[in-house]
Design a protein around this ligand. Structure first.
Ligand code: ANZ
Length: 951
């Protein structure tokens, strides 16, 4: 497809709306909007409050697009889809009386910017700033009505300070599951000072019962630090040697690779910072009921959090108790062995001397496997016996303890009671190693039939585990009798017994893990943390921000992507002068030598609470100005949040978590940050492959009689994501040049429902240009450039056409069905151009201009000005519907001959009896039925029916 050209015939009328004219109009209006501060939105108080008095009575609306990262490649035409939609919506809302906050900032730290910097050798700051400049230019040219004063970047010093302050709020908190939260439910974050106080005054004691005063300073610090909402721990992490950093679970793809860069990811134990998101698991699930979000996103969050109800059961061993998590405590009598994850902390203590080398070898083999490989169901089971045993609490039997890689350290307790008769993985393991299999539920006849074996509780003949329901068998001791119960009854009875006998308790397990919060990279927010001899210490707010130190050694050390034994190296560790500091933290200890944290925060930190920065972009004294925040967040938080569904569990989960912590700390006042979420679809573009299957430059492909050709060779067309890899990049710049921004905006909104994915078609863009040309002609004479509207009074059909358009446009806007208003506007335009070829009444042209304004704001402003208005139309009231004008224009009238239905006429409402009779007789089906017959009588009920009596 050849690239679009602004080739227009020379004989075009001088004042026709075309790309060149659009360019002049658009750039002029963009300059004027900037100069007039048209999109500046006042806050109730503070530095941005000028002009608030004028909107004080208006309702507020906070519209947000998902925080973009400033990519080096610039925008393609797929990116602005959501941005245009929110802009159309925001413009409509402004015209219906809302005070609208809409802006766009930049999520500028993180891997994409850094990977780009590493690839080009240029410092990420230089790149980032250049990319932001490019994106700002491209977005400004699109005519988005953003408040430029609020367009922050996460790399701004004030923003950095804000992020570090929030980190410290979380660090200085702990989760009290027994406290009542602001919604009246259980669990709330509380200041760590209250925890300290409770230890000091004896309300709490250490795990071994010693009072606070008897603990050493190190013990006191560790006790408190372990309970913080941000803490350091030795945990299994996703080590990605190819990136040189660990990544969060959420950043690992379904096939066990990094979502950035697509490198293999390995499980390893490492000391890392974690955020205790698991404390909020229940509230993160339950509060999904409070938001108006697409159901698939809510479902994805529920599944990601993954609540399972079951029990923890303690088994005693020579080296201490081992706790397992099970969803099937009813099967305890069938637990014939125990399996620990190879990373389980008790493995060393339990391993017999003779098994040491086998255990070590198995553990290092497991370390080089990804979680996904380890969970692969079809794999042959492997494992090593530790040479130790545990006591099964229900029958006192000694069962052997094994390690196997199918048990993951990151779930439950990292240890299981293996019940081979009831769990397929355990079944395969037992068969592999000749371990006993004891049935605890009698399977039904039908199950044996499908196996093709005789029904029997002797499991020797079984071909697989039985996971279904049925009567419990072989399960009793002197105090617990499960035999005869069904599964659910036996689960409940066992849990009660375990609790009574001190062997375990009911528990809810979630798949969600605490959020791994440190990265061994350069381009991220430094932690506001230093270390003294006892551990991490928070810097006081007055020492913020901790700036990222300057260096040209920003590239991380990355490793062979498969080298799972490699160790991360933090770039900030190379900066000894920055790392080692002498500071007086103001805590009474005086100036002392301290060591800075050299990890940086992950990609997602900056996007967690950026809406607070939009509200108060320059404020640093606290997290936000309460009055402004209460005003903009209102009852439900951000009123409309638009972005891609790919953020369903990463950004949206982290963001909700931080928000809830801040809610508990009374820093924010809505339980959820984003009241309404909308996921826009993707724009896909044609991509072409040659006979070898290699992508060719889409812009060089031509079409000949339905055949696509490149370089004289036929090529195949497909539709895919727009971008460099499919060689089908279409940039908005090309569109601005060939058509203008208003046409691009109108085209993207007219492509179809916003939530659907749809193919880009450059050739179809000219259809949108033609509509704008027709609207232009309603107001402006193309030849003379004169305004051609008249003072004529509109007719009833005119008013009907106008008000049915107003109704259609207004109805669709709130539901974000943004393609339908365009169809209505087209109908009205057609009505006006056909009814008034020489110039339409201005009372019709003006509302047309106002209605197209959200879609094509520059064209609308220009026409509005030419219609004699001196003020921008941005806050002009949107046309108001007169419902009395909505009477349906036509009615259906049945025509009968001798009582038999012959046809149904569609006639103008209000047609007279004579008109109906004439219309009936003119109908072909009626006239053919009348051939050779005479009409004796005509009965007409206007608006209802026509009956012909014939002989
Ligand atoms: C005994 C048992 C008997 C189990 C039985 C199942 C069936 P969900 O539903 O996903 O929560 N499990 C527990 N921790 C594990 C870990 N770290 N790695 C691998 N498997 C683990 O699964 C919970 C079940 O998965 C638990 O219940 C446990 O096996 C296993 F007839 O315990 B079950």
């Amino acid at each position: 497809m050849s690239s679009p050209q602004a080739t227009l015939p020379d004989d075009q009328p001088e004042h026709r709306y075309n790309a060149a004219l659009a360019d002049r109009i658009e750039t002029a209006w963009q300059d004027r909007w900037d100069a007039d501060g048209t999109y500046e939105t006042p806050n109730p108080v503070g530095p941005l409050s000028e002009g608030f008095a004028e909107v004080a009575d208006a309702k507020k609306l906070f519209v947000m697009d998902m925080f973009p990262y400033p990519s080096g490649a610039g925008l393609h035409v797929g990116h602005p889809l959501g941005y245009i939609a929110t802009d159309v919506f925001a413009r409509y809302k402004r015209m219906t009386g809302f005070n609208v906050l809409h802006t766009m900032g930049y999520d500028a730290y993180g891997l994409p910017a850094e990977q780009h910097a590493v690839a080009t050798g240029q410092h990420p700051l230089i790149n980032t700033e250049a990319n932001i400049a490019t994106m700002r230019r491209q977005l400004r040219r699109l005519g988005l009505g953003h408040d430029p004063r609020r367009s922050v970047s996460t790399t701004d010093r004030e923003f950095l300070e804000f992020t570090q302050r929030i980190f410290l709020r979380i660090f200085n908190s702990w989760y009290d599951p027994t406290a009542v939260n602001r919604l009246g439910g259980p669990g709330r974050a509380r200041p760590i000072s209250e925890l300290l106080e409770s230890y000091r005054t004896g309300g709490r004691r250490s795990a071994d019962g010693r009072p606070w005063a008897e603990l050493s300073e190190q013990e006191q610090r560790s006790l408190i630090d372990a309970q913080r909402l941000v803490y350091v721990a030795d945990v299994p992490v996703n080590w990605c040697p190819g990136l040189g950093t660990i990544v969060a679970n959420e950043e690992v793809t379904a096939d066990g690779r990094s979502d950035r860069g697509n490198f293999p990811v390995f499980k390893r134990n490492m000391r890392q910072w974690l955020m205790r998101i698991t404390a909020y698991a229940d509230r993160l699930v339950d509060d999904l009921d409070l938001v108006s979000w697409p159901e698939p996103v809510r479902l994805m969050q529920r599944n990601w959090i993954g609540r399972s109800v079951g029990a923890r059961v303690r088994f005693t061993t020579a080296a201490g108790d081992i706790e397992v998590f099970t969803t099937r405590p009813d099967t305890l009598f069938g637990a014939t062995f125990m399996v620990l994850s190879p990373e389980h902390p008790m493995v060393d203590a339990l391993t017999a001397e003779s098994q040491k080398s086998a255990v070590d070898a198995y553990r290092s083999a497991a370390a080089s496997k990804t979680d996904i490989d380890r969970q692969d169901e079809g794999r042959a089971k492997t494992g090593v016996a530790l040479g130790a045993s545990a006591t099964n609490p229900v029958n006192g039997e000694q069962i052997p303890i094994w390690i196997a890689d199918y048990v993951l350290m990151g779930y439950g307790t990292g240890a299981i009671m293996a019940v081979p008769s009831g769990d397929q993985r355990d079944f395969e393991f037992a068969r592999q190693f000749g371990l006993p299999i004891v049935a605890t539920i009698a399977p039904p006849q039908a199950w044996f039939d499908t196996q093709g074996v005789e029904p029997s509780l002797d499991t020797a003949a079984w071909k697989q585990a039985y996971t279904g329901d049925g009567p419990v068998v072989q399960s009793q001791n002197t105090t617990l009798v499960l035999d005869g119960m069904n599964k659910a009854e036996a689960v409940a009875a066992t849990i009660t017994w375990l609790q009574q006998h001190g062997h375990g308790a009911a528990t809810v397990q979630t798949k969600l893990r605490d959020w791994l919060f440190s990265r061994q990279r350069y381009w991220g927010e430094p932690f506001p943390i230093v270390y003294d001899d006892y551990g991490p210490v928070a810097l006081p707010d007055a020492m913020l921000p901790v700036d990222l130190p300057e260096t040209d050694q920003f590239a991380p050390r990355s490793f062979d992507a498969n080298d799972s034994a490699s160790e991360p190296e933090r770039p900030l560790d190379r900066l000894a002068e920055w790392k080692h500091v002498t500071l007086d933290l103001g805590d009474g200890s005086g100036a002392r030598a301290l060591v800075r944290e050299t990890n940086v925060m992950p990609q997602w930190a900056g996007s967690c609470t950026y809406y607070l920065r939009y509200i108060d972009p320059t404020h640093v004294e606290s997290l936000s100005v309460e009055e402004n925040q209460r005003y903009w967040m209102g009852e439900n938080g951000v009123d409309l949040y638009v972005g891609g569904v790919e953020h369903a569990v990463l950004h949206l989960l982290y963001s909700r978590f931080w928000h809830k912590v801040l809610f508990d700390l009374e820093e924010v006042h809505t339980p959820e940050p984003f009241g309404r979420l909308f996921n826009q679809g993707y724009i896909q573009a044609p991509a072409f492959t040659d006979q070898r299957g290699i992508y060719v430059e889409a812009s060089e492909v031509t079409e000949h009689g339905g055949q696509f050709m490149h370089d004289g060779q036929p090529v195949k067309r497909e539709f895919g994501k727009i971008g460099k890899s499919l060689k089908n990049m279409v940039s908005p710049d090309e569109m601005y040049q060939a058509y203008g921004a208003d046409t691009l905006r109108l085209y993207e909104m007219s492509m179809g429902p916003l939530e659907q994915s749809k193919p880009w078609d450059t050739r179809a863009v000219s259809g949108s240009l033609r509509l704008l040309q027709r609207i232009w002609r309603v107001v402006v004479d193309e030849t003379s450039g004169e305004v051609r509207v008249t003072d004529a009074q509109p007719t009833t059909p005119d008013l009907r056409a106008l008000h049915s358009t107003i109704a259609g446009v207004r109805d669709s806007m709130d539901a974000l069905r943004l393609n339908t208003p365009i169809a209505r506007i087209t109908e009205l335009t057609n009505h006006l151009t056909s009814t008034y070829p020489a110039g339409a009444p201005s009372v019709l042209a003006e509302p047309l201009v106002l209605m197209v304004a959200p879609f094509a704001p520059h064209l609308a402003e220009e026409l509005w000005m030419r219609l004699g208005h001196t003020q921008s139309l941005v806050r002009e009231p949107f046309p108001i519907l007169d419902p009395s004008m909505l009477v349906s224009d036509t009615v259906a009238v049945p025509v009968q001959i001798n009582g038999k239905l012959r046809t149904v006429l569609t006639v103008a409402a209000g047609s007279t009896g004579a008109q109906l009779e004439a219309a009936a007789l003119a109908d072909e089906r009626v006239s053919s039925a009348l051939v050779g017959r005479t009409i004796k009588k005509v009965v007409v009920v206007p608006g209802k029916m026509v009956n012909l009596v014939v002989g």
